[in-house]
Design a protein around this ligand. Structure first.
Ligand code: HEC
Ligand code: HEC
Length: 210
């Protein structure tokens, strides 16, 4: 082979590899254009869905039907204005009241619509570690997910409590108060709330920054 021929071959190889590079780049761009979501896009999608579910769920958890029983002090709260419980009712050593005045002396397993005393099985104050009064939605969620505060619950157990426990579900059957007025229900329906809790958990139980 002459030197000139070698040179031509070399040129041809360079041109061919250039064409190859350009076509690979084009092919890659084409793949992007077929809208297969990139990993970042998948994260963004989940984040939006999870944040929407979180917002719905937390509209319930921050409602007074929950917070009245998750107070920061040693006395339950009552009513739409979350005033301190009447009759000097106290938390007591086990969150079930003091010996002379147990929660169960008045609160039965069901609402009493004659006296206006609300009721559900295991009626008691949430322990101080589970106090939500005065916390914002992010702080409540963090406390709920922290095994040191939540009674050592796993995510699965927390979801079960949130979607099945009688004291939680009572919030949608809150009965009438002592004056005969219906208690306000949380602003999200029970079905929507349960769905939101499960969706948020399935998307990784991510707590947003605010
Ligand atoms: C009558 C009082 C009462 C009401 C009303 C109530 N809770 Fe509770 N809650 C408790 C008690 C008592 C515990 C502790 C039970 C246990 O650890 O087994 C608790 C524990 C919890 C826990 C587990 C602990 C944690 O921090 O993760 C969650 C979650 C919870 N409640 C959610 C709610 C939600 C949501 C509502 C309203 C829809 C609600 N509760 C309404 C009394 C109440
Ligand atoms: C002497 C009777 C009595 C005792 C004891 C008692 N309660 Fe009550 N409780 C009531 C009555 C009556 C109401 C309803 C007041 C109203 O809404 O008009 C009430 C309402 C409540 C509410 C308000 C629910 C809401 O969202 O408005 C909570 C929470 C509560 N009690 C928790 C407790 C806890 C926890 C204990 C035990 C530590 C307890 N109570 C002990 C009589 C009692």
């Amino acid at each position: 082979m002459s030197n000139q021929m070698k040179q031509k071959n070399l040129h041809a190889i360079i041109i061919l590899s250039l064409i190859a590079t350009v076509s690979i780049t084009l092919a890659n761009n084409f793949t992007n254009d077929t809208r297969i979501p990139s990993p970042t896009e998948i994260t963004t999608y989940n984040k939006t869905a999870s944040e929407e579910a979180f917002t719905k769920m937390m509209k319930v958890l921050t409602h007074k039907r929950c917070v009245n029983c998750h107070p920061a002090g040693n006395r339950p709260l009552q009513g739409e204005d979350s005033h301190i419980h009447n009759f000097n009712v106290l938390r007591g050593p086990d969150d079930h009241g003091v010996a002379a005045l147990k929660c169960k002396s008045c609160h039965q397993e069901q609402n009493n619509d004659f006296s206006g005393v609300p009721g559900a099985p295991e009626w008691a104050l949430a322990p101080l570690k589970m106090a939500w009064e005065g916390l914002n939605r992010v702080e409540i969620a963090r406390s709920m997910m922290n095994p040191e505060n939540n009674g050592g619950r796993t995510l699965e157990e927390t979801v079960k409590h949130l979607t099945e426990h009688k004291l939680v579900l009572w919030a949608w059957e809150p009965g009438i108060d002592a004056a005969g007025n219906p208690r306000e229900k949380p602003p999200v329906s029970k079905e929507e709330y349960i769905k939101a809790v499960k969706e948020w958990a399935a998307a990784g139980a991510i707590i947003p920054e605010k």
